[in-house]
Design a protein. Structure first.
Length: 247
C-alpha cells in the first residue's frame, strides 16, 4: 500500500504538522507508525477531522461524535470569540493567554486567524461601549504575547525564514496576526514594524520577503519593489490594500 510523508499529507489536506500531532494525541486520527508513513485510509480520517475542525468544533466534541457515531450541534467559532471576549472583560492576563493558546493549539493557523482573532479584532475596534479601549489594549498585548511565543518556537526549530516588512499600517494588531498566521504555516517570521518612509534593508538571507500594505504602497516603496522583483528576488506584496499612493 502506498504511503505518504507528513509533509505530503499536510500539502494534500491543507493541515499543519503540529495539528496532525495534536489530533493524533487526542485520538481523532490513527497514530502514524514510526518510519512507516501515512496510509490512504489515514488520509480519509485526516480529511474528516479537517472538515470538522473547520466548523469550529472542539477536539473534545469531535472525539465525542466519533465515539457516539453521529455529529451534533457545536457553537463553533462564535463560542471561541465569545470566550476570548469574556476573558478580555473579566479574566486575568494569564487566563487570557491560556485561552488563546488553547484555541491556537486546536486549529489550523488560517482558521485561528481568519475565524477567531481577526473578526474579534474588527469587533473590538468598532466597539464603543464603556471599557472598549481597555479591552482593545488587552487584546493587542495578548496577540503580541502569542506572536512572540510561536515565533520563538519557529526560531528554535529552524523553519523557513520569512521577512515581513510593514510598509503601511492602519491596524498594528493586524500585522502581528499575519505574523502568527505565517508562523503557523511553518515559517520563521521576522517582522519589521512599524512602517517607515524608506524601504527596509534586509541584512540576513530570507527565502521570502513580504511587503505588508494596509493603506496602499508609496511610489518609492513600489519602485524598490519592482527593482527587486526584476532582479529575481523572492518578494511580493500582501495585505488588505496594495494600491499605489502618492504619499
Amino acid at each position: 500500500m502506498k504511503t505518504f510523508s507528513t509533509e505530503a499529507i499536510c500539502a494534500i489536506t491543507g493541515s499543519h504538522p503540529a495539528c496532525i500531532r495534536r489530533w493524533s494525541k487526542a485520538g481523532l486520527i490513527t497514530i502514524q507508525h514510526a518510519q512507516a508513513g501515512w496510509k490512504s485510509d489515514q488520509i480519509v480520517d485526516i480529511y474528516r477531522v479537517v472538515n470538522l475542525v473547520a466548523s469550529g468544533a472542539t477536539l473534545k466534541e469531535i472525539r465525542h461524535w466519533q465515539i457516539a457515531g453521529k455529529q451534533t450541534f457545536t457553537p463553533g467559532w462564535p463560542a471561541h470569540r465569545g470566550e476570548l471576549l469574556w476573558q478580555l472583560e473579566y479574566g486575568s492576563d494569564r487566563s487570557l493567554a491560556r485561552a488563546m493558546r488553547q484555541i491556537d493549539h486546536d486549529y489550523c493557523g488560517d482558521d485561528y486567524i481568519y475565524r477567531v482573532l481577526r473578526p474579534l479584532n474588527k469587533w473590538l475596534r468598532e466597539d464603543n461601549r464603556p471599557g472598549a479601549q481597555n479591552r482593545l489594549t488587552r487584546f493587542h498585548a495578548a496577540v503580541l504575547h502569542r506572536a512572540h511565543c510561536v515565533m520563538r518556537h519557529a526560531k528554535r526549530n529552524n523553519m523557513v525564514p520569512v521577512f515581513l516588512e510593514a510598509i503601511s499600517v492602519s491596524d498594528e494588531t493586524d500585522v502581528w496576526l499575519e505574523a502568527i498566521r505565517l508562523t503557523r504555516q511553518g515559517f520563521k517570521v521576522e517582522l519589521a514594524n512599524p512602517a517607515t518612509d524608506k524601504p527596509d534593508m534586509v541584512s540576513l538571507p530570507y527565502e521570502h520577503h513580504l511587503l505588508w500594505c494596509a493603506t496602499g504602497i508609496s511610489s518609492s516603496h513600489h519602485s524598490a519593489f519592482l527593482k527587486k522583483l526584476d532582479a529575481g528576488e523572492p518578494i511580493r506584496l500582501c495585505g488588505p490594500d496594495t494600491r499605489i499612493t502618492l504619499s
